[in-house]
Design a protein around this ligand. Structure first.
Ligand code: SF4
Length: 225
């Protein structure tokens, strides 16, 4: 049995950082696609080699640690292998379900559009937006800062989740049936409130829970009527 006590890694991100300067890259097959090809796994192994380290994360990506001096080359090689590398300091992190491995693609176009709209926006603290393609909500969108659940050409929007820690809690339904054509503007209004009224570095859930009875949230809700 080697799954527990006897299986402590020698080479961790921590031990590497004591040896020199290392850069961490969050690698995935895409925002939607969760399947790696064997060739992509081989490429990751080749790039990390004996010097780096690999570990999986809770955010649907593999984190690789490579010497900083080789990081730019590593990014290029991983991208050439068809892999997605998340921005180094993402402000708004886009997550999504796998859309039934491509079987339920209705919300994919708008998910991609949202990704491009949100990717460079600066916010007080990292915000995770999680889009799921149907009411089954397999990838737990209500446990991310802004959870979007698609059904029938519209989204239900969940806000206020405490994503981790002893007090972790799902968000609550903020708005129901926001049309596909309205969702981008709707999310941007939410982000604008966060930019304008949050305290420095205030996490999104704290901001939302502190302010949710203020009038400006009602104005956002009314904007879809
Ligand atoms: S949430 Fe719906 S569309 Fe997405 S993977 Fe689950 S069942 Fe498929």
């Amino acid at each position: 049995m080697n799954a527990f006590q006897k299986n402590v890694p020698d080479q961790t991100f921590e031990t590497l950082s004591q040896q020199g300067e290392f850069t961490r890259l969050a690698v995935s097959p895409g925002i939607i696609n969760k399947h790696y090809t064997p060739a992509q796994f081989q490429k990751i192994a080749e790039i990390v080699g004996e010097k780096g380290a690999i570990k999986y994360s809770a955010s649907y990506s593999i984190i690789v640690s490579v010497p900083t001096s080789a990081a730019a080359q590593a990014v290029q090689a991983l991208q050439e292998a068809g892999l997605h590398i998340a921005p180094a300091v993402p402000n708004i992190v886009m997550k999504a379900c796998d859309f039934c491995d491509g079987e339920k693609m209705e919300a994919v176009h708008i998910t991609e559009q949202l990704y491009h709209t949100l990717e460079r926006i600066q916010v007080p603290s990292r915000v995770r937006v999680n889009v799921n393609g149907c009411a089954s909500a397999c990838y737990n969108p209500s446990f991310d800062d802004i959870g979007l659940v698609y059904q029938n050409e519209s989204f239900d929007v969940y806000l206020g989740a405490i994503p981790m820690g002893a007090k972790a809690q799902a968000g609550t339904l903020f708005a129901k049936r926001v049309g596909v054509e309205q969702i981008e503007g709707f999310v941007l209004q939410i982000i604008s409130l966060y930019q304008e009224y949050a305290r420095p570095h205030e996490p999104f859930y704290k901001f939302y829970r502190r302010t949710k009875s203020t009038e400006y949230w009602e104005i956002v809700k009314d904007s879809i009527k």
